[in-house]
Write a protein that binds this ligand. Structure first.
Ligand SMILES: [Zn+2]
Length: 81
């Protein structure tokens, strides 16, 4: 039982380290609404589209981890003025 818990915590630790590196290197992820295209197509025609309202046509979104990082950095700067 303890070995299982140790393995599970190792996996979680490894995954969070990977996620932190990903957020630092690639702050933008694909928009999940338009899948990175920036356009939403009409279900009837591939020629009719509008810009994705979620990412405003950029096809990118800021990762949640990056937002946390920027928030923490802002707090740190505010505290060290
Ligand atoms: Zn989008």
């Amino acid at each position: 039982m303890t070995t299982l818990a140790a393995i599970a915590s190792l996996i979680i630790l490894g995954y969070s380290a990977f996620y932190v590196i990903m957020c630092a290197q690639f702050p933008f992820g694909h928009c999940c609404r338009c899948e990175g295209g920036g356009k939403l197509y009409s279900p009837f025609s591939r020629k009719v589209f509008r810009l994705c309202p979620r990412c405003e046509g950029t096809g990118r979104r800021v990762r949640i981890g990056r937002r946390v990082y920027e928030y923490l950095r802002g707090e740190y700067k505010a505290g060290n003025r």
